[in-house]
Design a protein. Structure first.
Length: 155
């Protein structure tokens, strides 16, 4: 992205490699095991859907989604810590659902840390339901691992 989106209201724009300088600090503040620049670059090169939510030139949040055969897999949805609890996660989920529908699909999947009750509550409030558990999916400390709750939304 060459110019930062300027809007008094939150607006969406695709993310490119030039945006990673704004994405990475948010990612590092939000997570104990953040994605790296290489992870974001790989997602971009693979053709995944990367989109940011901007307001007045500031990145409020972003998501990364991968189109599958019959569904879209949400890989990362992050709201900047200073902008949490303002409805931005819901706004991004709505945008992702619109994009998914435009792909001719009607199913979203995601994994979320079992310890992340706040994120699970956001997804449940949006209509996602738990369909499984991936044991020892996420890294913790040292050799420890954490389960992932698998959730889906179909419409």
């Amino acid at each position: 992205m060459s110019a930062l989106p300027q809007s008094a209201e939150p607006c969406f724009a695709p993310l490119g490699e030039a945006d990673f300088a704004r994405v990475l600090p948010i990612e590092q503040m939000a997570y104990s095991h953040p994605w790296t620049q290489g992870n974001f670059r790989d997602a971009l090169v693979a053709g995944y859907h990367l989109e940011g939510l901007w307001q007045d030139g500031e990145l409020l949040g972003y998501f990364v989604a991968m189109r599958g055969v019959d569904e879209v897999h949400l890989l990362n949805l992050t709201v900047a810590p200073d902008h949490q609890r303002q409805g931005h996660a819901r706004r991004m989920l709505e945008r992702l659902q619109i994009w998914t529908t435009a792909q001719g699909l009607r199913c979203l999947w995601l994994e979320v840390r079992a310890s992340n009750a706040r994120a699970q509550a956001v997804y449940q409030a949006y209509g996602f339901g738990q369909v499984g558990l991936r044991k020892d999916y996420y890294p913790l400390r040292g050799a420890q691992r954490e389960h992932a709750v698998v959730m889906t939304l179909t419409w």
